[in-house]
Write a protein that binds this ligand. Structure first.
Ligand SMILES: *Cc1c(COP(=O)(O)O)cnc(C)c1O
Length: 216
């Protein structure tokens, strides 16, 4: 399926006047699709896989802000540290320290979001409050990163009440630790609820690029 230009333009106009940034999630989609949205003015793109991100970054315009939104392993930070703008899913102090180390090596400053565990599902990644406290206390000793706030994913459910409660929980954490920062919550299926509950950054894939093939 091709890029959904009309959908893109309607989301962009919906976000106008609201303080919400759209990250176009282009994982598994070809470079041509990214270029199509780039031509329309989109600059924030999100990817989940390190190798795929590195390959795409090398052939696309320099002024794209690349967001890493997948589960990042410490030993792979070095591959994206030279160019990544914002890493959404930081879920351990070990990972945060490695990002700081690699950012320093490349003379860079990398923005990060902490992934909080908000869903009832056990398969989702994220830190609990004790881990969050530990990480927050370490931030002043890591000069090459900027921890701007939280990222979270709601449960995969049709029940909007559950999704809303999970987003409200994340917003409370955000207000407590990073009141003026970035709150990354909301995907294709739930971004309207996320914005109502205070999201400042939504990550939209399938609505913009069409459904994805399952990775084999
Ligand atoms: C794939 C992905 C998205 C986008 O999902 P859609 O449902 O296609 O909008 C957003 N956030 C994360 C963390 C993802 O892995």
């Amino acid at each position: 399926m091709a890029v959904q230009v009309d959908k893109y333009l309607s989301i962009v106009s919906e976000l106008k006047n609201q303080n919400v940034t759209l990250v176009a999630v282009s994982k598994t989609k070809p470079v041509e699709d990214i270029k199509a949205l780039y031509e329309l003015g989109q600059r924030d793109f999100g990817e989940n896989y390190v190798q795929e991100l590195v390959d795409k970054q090398s052939v696309l315009p320099e002024d794209i802000r690349w967001h890493f939104i997948g589960h990042l392993q410490s030993n792979k930070v070095k591959y994206i540290a030279p160019f990544v703008y914002l890493i959404h899913g930081v879920d351990s102090l070990k990972l945060l320290k490695e990002i700081n180390k690699q950012a320093e090596k490349y003379g860079r400053f990398i923005h990060c979001l902490l992934q909080a565990y908000i869903a009832k599902e056990e398969t989702k990644f994220g830190m609990d409050e004790a881990e969050i406290m530990e990480v927050v206390q370490s931030i002043p000793s890591l000069p090459n990163i900027h921890v701007a706030g939280f990222m979270g994913m709601a449960s995969f459910t049709e029940d909007d009440t559950i999704i809303r409660q999970e987003f409200q929980h994340l917003k409370k954490l955000q207000d407590r630790f990073f009141p003026d920062g970035i709150l990354s919550m909301g995907m294709s299926s739930d971004f309207q609820i996320a914005i109502q509950e205070g999201s400042t950054m939504i990550r939209i894939g399938s609505l913009l690029f069409g459904a994805r093939q399952k990775k084999s």
